[in-house]
Design a protein around this ligand. Structure first.
Ligand SMILES: [Zn+2]
Length: 320
């Protein structure tokens, strides 16, 4: 089944130890200031320790010695302790150390001194820096091979920014996960009335070379859109050719497995679109799972973490 497909590791995992010192009083984070007014832009990699495409892009930007024209730029590697544990023989295991770094970004979790984990310690250390950021791009990748996704949050401001960026062509608007808040939804990023902006880009399958090209293209376009660099400042070859027109999907509801007895009706990998309401997409403990409305899109189906109570896919509505 596609859910259990083993994907080849097509990319080298860079040694990031040379960036350990940082320059912002924080290991593995670098902030550059143009001394010209403009936004503080952050490109973040390794929110998940096995999602290497962002780390390759951030290494590339650090090594390029970018000339910053306006504002400030922070380049960071987040869950470096998880990344350090990457083992090609067990590549899914290094997503995090103690808990998902992308579920700890609520004030309640960050402020709760009774809670501790490797990820909370890193998030608390990064928090003052993140608090000063106006525009965040968080680079991720996915379990399954699928078209890249621009995960823009629940508000119209995120959809508008994702449309202006233009890549990836698939834009997914969602409210996040009940288990905890994502970095992209933290503070002003997640408030409709705040001018702060954040996008989370799923660049492709974790270890495919194409995901690196997507991470570079999205980073380049994000920096240009924010206005902190000019096009001639970019490393050669980073901008890809313009892609397809964007499609916007608003996530409406999760499908939660009732038991280990869940199966999909096909080898779905994501973005399958069902024109008809009531199409059967799988069986949950023997009961058919059907699409709740016309033009329903499957968002990130996966049975890799299957157990009772786990979200195995989310339904999304294709917006006109
Ligand atoms: Zn991720």
């Amino acid at each position: 089944m596609a859910e259990r497909e083993v994907y080849p590791i097509e990319v080298e995992f860079p040694d990031i130890s040379a960036y350990a010192e940082g320059n912002a009083g924080l290991p593995y984070a670098y902030t550059f200031d143009s001394s010209v007014p403009g936004p503080h832009v952050m490109i973040n990699a390794l929110t998940h320790g096995n999602e290497v495409c962002g780390a390759i892009a951030v290494c590339g930007l650090l090594d390029a010695g970018l000339r910053l024209r306006r504002g400030k730029l922070t380049l960071a590697f987040a869950n470096v302790d998880a990344y350090a544990r990457f083992d090609p023989a067990n590549p899914d295991a290094s997503r995090f150390v103690d808990q998902d770094f992308n579920r700890v970004w609520s004030e309640a979790a960050l402020d709760d001194a009774s809670r501790d984990s490797s990820e909370l310690r890193r998030a608390r250390a990064m928090r003052p820096l993140v608090d000063s950021v106006d525009w965040l791009l968080d680079l991720h990748s996915m379990h399954e091979r699928s078209a890249p996704l621009n995960v823009c949050g629940p508000h119209d401001k995120g959809i508008a920014l994702a449309r202006r960026l233009g890549v990836p062509a698939w834009i997914v608007s969602d409210a996040g996960h009940p288990e905890g808040r994502r970095m992209r939804d933290y503070g002003g990023f997640g408030e409709a009335g705040s001018p702060k902006e954040a996008l989370l880009v799923e660049c492709g399958q974790h270890w495919e070379a194409q995901a690196v090209a997507v991470a570079r293209d999205c980073s380049a376009r994000f920096l240009l859109l924010a206005g902190v660099i000019d096009e001639q400042d970019l490393p050669a070859g980073w901008l890809a050719a313009p892609g397809a027109p964007v499609k916007v999907v608003r996530v409406t509801e999760p499908v939660v497995a009732r038991s280990m007895d869940f199966r999909f009706a096909g080898p779905y990998t994501g973005l399958e679109t069902f024109p008809e309401q009531g199409s059967v997409i799988g069986w949950n403990a023997g009961e058919p799972v059907t699409t709740p409305y016309p033009n329903c899109v499957l968002v990130m189906p996966s049975l890799r973490q299957l157990r009772a109570g786990v979200t195995v896919v989310r339904f999304g509505q294709l917006l006109p």
